[in-house]
Design a protein around this ligand. Structure first.
Ligand code: UDP
Length: 492
């Protein structure tokens, strides 16, 4: 190779799992690559999520801000009428096999043949999209795995097989849920049965969902490195342990904050945050009318669902707590038909007096609004990080995937919130809200202020996540010449 030859900019292909909590951080990374490294980026959605994003994105602004970012789409293997939401989003695990893999390969081969952009330098694939690793290996393109869980949960997933062998899981839902789980290195005195990921509650070790996660987790180690949306100061002991499984780990979170800290001309209205739903901005005006730190913000994210009874228990608990509340009741949150809930009169009155309900909120702006004092959350990892960064203490009501683990870390490890997992009767909800907003507030606020500062510092120049992104960019640049040569060999 002639070293004096000017090198084209690297070209990174990013493939997220098609769900809100995966697309958002991976799109932030894509945008950072464009803005801060001048990389070319191809972001591969499924047709379904591609259409949702493109309905909401301000295309002119987006093109101006990220001229080297483009989108491609592949099928998800589901029939058009499939809802692709709530728990049914898991169906995609089993349909994104053959057809999606073939189309993903076509996209990559097509990119090789295009004149104006350099061929792909590396692939960054979601940690539960292992077919991308197969394709990368076939085409001799380096691949990095991006797990959208935190380090603690990622580490825990590597021990699921061991938990099965030791007879710790599966267990029945009503077995002793407070039994300690002491066999995971690093978590000897943290976890109980109820804090394990929701897949551990499946009754059969051969359940395809449980097996899917085991296979996907083990495939991640075939990648050359791991990216996590967390920061060193929050999880350093576990990040070190993961170092025994991956030659390189880039902890670059909170990505939404790193993105904002490194993008001077960004405004929220650019709609480049990867939202799949329209955000109702009117709730910000409602928040403007509320006293400082008085409001409890309630959201269960994009996948968790509630039965009608659970919805009513939360609602009574919130109204009875006598604190103003802003509640996201998204389409599909309620299991079954959500148009048939008859609201008891006292809840109508309580909500008119001190509540605001929206279909989808601008969550990052809500959490940093001066009126918000607490967050009743399902403990999705993005929501947890956003809350920590904003210094807003949490009440956790986890339901699935990593949420049970996150909520345990929030309450017992980082001490930045209260955990009410598995219970949501109205008196528990009321008690938790009162404790968070009054009784236990001082103590929790001290911890969250410290963690929030560490999160903010990590994304500033010289901070751990800031520097780790720089390393990632440098390492991708150094992959460029190798990939070019390999691609050449492949074409001969
Ligand atoms: N979110 C939002 N508006 C809402 C509720 C959620 O913008 O009304 C965003 C939130 O900021 C977060 C993401 O949706 O970034 C949800 O991701 P998370 O990992 O918390 O949960 P998931 O939806 O994956 O369960």
């Amino acid at each position: 190779m002639d070293v004096s030859e000017p090198q084209p900019q690297p070209h990174v292909v990013i493939l997220p799992f098609p769900a809100q909590g995966h697309i958002k951080p991976m799109l932030m990374l894509a945008q950072l690559f464009c803005n801060n490294a001048n990389f070319y980026v191809t972001f591969v959605n499924t047709h379904h999520t591609h259409n949702l994003i493109h309905k909401l994105i301000n295309k002119t602004n987006f093109k101006r801000l990220f001229p080297t970012l483009r989108f491609e789409a592949i099928p998800d293997g589901l029939p058009p009428q499939h809802p692709r939401s709530g728990p049914q989003v898991l169906d995609i695990f089993f349909t994104m096999g053959f057809e999606s893999k073939a189309k993903f390969k076509d996209v990559l081969t097509g990119l090789h043949q295009q004149e104006e952009w350099s061929p792909p330098t590396c692939i960054i694939a979601d940690g539960i999209m292992s077919f991308a690793i197969d394709v990368a290996e076939d085409l001799h393109i380096p691949v990095i795995t991006f797990r959208t869980y935190n380090a603690s949960c990622t580490w825990l997933y590597f021990h699921i097989q061991n938990l099965i062998q030791q007879g710790e899981i599966p267990f029945q839902g009503d077995d002793d849920m407070d039994r300690p789980i002491a066999c995971i290195p690093g978590f000897e005195s943290l976890l109980r049965r109820r804090d394990l990921p929701s897949i551990c509650r499946l009754e059969d070790a051969q359940n395809p969902i449980l097996q899917f996660y085991i296979t996907q987790t083990s495939a991640m180690t075939r990648a050359s490195a791991l990216i996590l949306n967390t920061f060193d100061e929050l999880e350093s002991p576990i990040i070190s342990k993961l170092g025994s499984l991956f030659p390189k780990i880039y902890t670059i979170g909170p990505l939404h904050a790193l993105f904002k800290s490194r993008t001077t001309h960004y405004t929220e209205s650019d709609s480049s945050n990867g939202s799949l739903r329209e955000q109702d901005m009117t709730c910000l005006t409602w928040l403007d009318s509320q006293p400082s730190k008085s409001v409890i913000y309630v959201s269960f994210g994009s996948v968790a669902t509630l039965t009608r009874d659970q919805l009513l228990e939360f609602w009574y608990g919130l109204v009875n707590s006598e604190k103003p509340f802003l509640w996201v009741i998204r389409e599909g949150l309620l299991l079954g038909d959500d148009t048939v809930v008859e609201t008891p009169a006292e809840l109508e009155v309580g909500t008119t007096e001190s509540g605001c309900i929206v279909r989808w909120a601008p969550q990052e702006e809500v959490l940093t609004h001066r009126a918000v004092g607490g967050f009743l959350t399902h403990s999705g990892w993005n929501s947890t990080l956003e809350s920590i960064l904003a210094g807003i203490p949490m009440i956790c009501w986890p339901q699935l995937a990593d949420q049970q683990v996150n909520s345990r870390c929030v309450s017992e490890l980082w001490k930045v919130g209260l955990d009410m997992k598995d219970f949501c009767d109205r008196s528990t909800v009321e008690k938790m809200v009162r404790n968070l907003m009054e009784g236990k507030r001082e103590e929790i606020m001290k911890s969250i202020a410290g963690n929030s500062k560490m999160a903010c510092d990590s994304v500033k120049e010289g901070g751990s996540s800031y520097c780790n992104l720089e390393k990632l960019i440098e390492d991708i640049r150094s992959m460029r010449s190798t990939t070019k040569n390999i691609a050449h060999v492949g074409n001969e």
